[in-house]
Design a protein around this ligand. Sequence first.
Ligand SMILES: [Zn+2]
Ligand SMILES: [Zn+2]
Length: 289
Amino acid sequence: MSAKDAPPPLPEPLLVEVADSHTHLDMQSGTVEEALEKAAAVGVTTVVQVGCDVKGSRWAAETAAAHARVHAAVALHPNEAPRIVLGDPDGWSRQGAREAGGDAALDDALAEIDRLAALPHVLGVGETGLDFFRTGPEGMAAQERSFRAHIEIAKRHGKTLVIHDREAHADVLRVLDEEGAPDRTVFHCYSGDAAMAEICAAEGYYMSFAGNVTFKNAQPLRDALAVAPLDRILVETDAPFLTPAPFRGRPNAPYLVPVTVRAMAGVRGIDENAMAEALAANTARAFAY
Ligand SMILES: [Zn+2]
Ligand SMILES: [Zn+2]
């Protein structure tokens, strides 16, 4: 293992326990138990495990049922829905090459997400939303149909909606407005600017900040964090992605949340305990646990 691939060292523990509001343990190395133990050792005692396809959503629900401090969110990722409908001949997705299944296949997959969303350990429906970075024009109709269906599922089951919004801010806000957002809606890996943060705040949406808030080129994100109400912000890893600086490019995991919490406290000009207290309370409120 080169230094570049090596897991970053354990940060100093937080004195106030927080949650990683969005992680993908099934895409990280090591066991779930190892990941939870390492995270708990630095004060990250709760995680929201997020499914991105039917298989991953089933796994999230099972893992949450088996671990008291793991909560699940279930969904078809915005890039997954078009693959189900249109197929994925190149097979670059995690499930490999796939035949086009058409609208009926998407309906079948949504029915399974609906079934999983009813389970008691499943607190969220997501990540869903729109991704105009990875999905081209041919996939947009399937993506938006899937997003609308997830909003309906979240509302019917009284679960929290977890939004993935990549280069699609205006359209995500439009669809939420048209469908009517659930009582609790979280923008995971918040990527809007300060103006959008004002809109989210006015709508009562939560904004979850990931490790990219620490990146040198992410000043607009820090500007958004600076204006977001303290009671609307969450922290997440989105691990294994988006490892915070100075470990950018190395594998991410829930135990690195303290690095991002400290950076967020710096942006807000408050001490890390005050930041951690706010984040812990907000995550519990956002996911109703
Ligand atoms: Zn995402
Ligand atoms: Zn994610």
